[in-house]
Design a protein around this ligand. Structure first.
Ligand SMILES: [Zn+2]
Length: 260
């Protein structure tokens, strides 16, 4: 890519990311911090790879925002924070920088970016389909029945939704990586990343007890008071688990891209 084209990409990326983040902020999908994080991630990916590199990222963003509404699930009006955006967006952004700084390995970095976005999408779709259709839901580690939507839970419906999500991202990446085997690999890494996310959610993720409302929670605070730590690594919340899963999926994708 010519140098002038790259500069145009960064400028267009910044404008488009700013526009989409601004609209998402007005629609109350993002907090202000979340909008700034989205601008950083969006501009990094578009600036590095242009429109086709951004398609999987845009697919993840819109499908995860719209899926609860499409499935007719009474959606939470909770806005995504910077931590939530970066949990899924840091890996693709870093891959964008990797592709920019080492153009010879760009394809490997884009494979990593797709693997991370396939993981994020699979995880989000699995949660949405699991909560909407998934009954029963089991804890991945012990097989104990738990409530749908709880971290570490798996159901057939959720898993199928997750696989569909990973495949959808791989399809959106087809113009970027025109090789069927690599697209299948990205989808497979997305499904593996989703499984890792569930495993970490069931084991290392922190669980707390709220003495006010007598409920198990994933939050360190509830009912305006600190909760009691029960198990898992203190401070390792759902965002951290998502971040670890997407970064590892990206690393696996980059590794696979470099080895071929
Ligand atoms: Zn509470």
């Amino acid at each position: 890519m010519a140098r002038g084209d790259a500069q145009v990409n960064w400028l267009v990326g910044l404008c488009l990311a700013g526009l989409i983040a601004g609209v998402a902020y007005r629609l109350r999908l993002l907090t202000a911090g979340g909008a700034w994080a989205a601008v950083g991630v969006g501009a990094s990916v578009f600036g590095a790879g242009g429109l086709w590199a951004s398609a999987p990222m845009v697919g993840f963003f819109f499908s995860s925002s719209l899926l609860p509404r499409l499935l007719g699930r009474p959606h939470k009006t909770e806005r995504r924070t910077a931590a939530q955006v970066l949990a899924n967006g840091l890996a693709p952004a870093l891959c964008g920088w990797g592709a920019t700084l080492t153009p010879a390995y760009a394809e490997a970095f884009w494979l990593g970016s797709m693997a991370a976005l396939a993981t994020a999408t699979a995880d989000t779709w699995a949660t949405e389909f699991g909560v909407r259709f998934g009954s029963p839901v089991w804890l991945l580690t012990t097989g104990r029945r738990i409530a749908a939507g709880e971290s570490g839970g798996v159901s057939w419906q959720g898993t199928l939704g997750g696989v569909a999500g990973a495949c959808a991202i791989a399809c959106l990446g087809a113009p970027l990586i025109g090789e069927g085997q690599l697209l299948a690999l990205a989808a497979g890494l997305g499904v593996a990343g989703m499984a890792l996310d569930s495993l970490l959610g069931a084991t290392l993720q922190a669980r707390y007890w709220c003495a006010q409302c007598h409920a198990l929670t994933e939050q360190a605070r509830c009912c305006n008071a600190p909760t009691q730590h029960l198990r898992g690594v203190r401070g390792l919340d759902n965002n951290a688990v998502n971040g670890i899963s997407t970064l590892l999926a990206a690393a696996a994708g980059i590794g696979a891209g470099l080895l071929r």
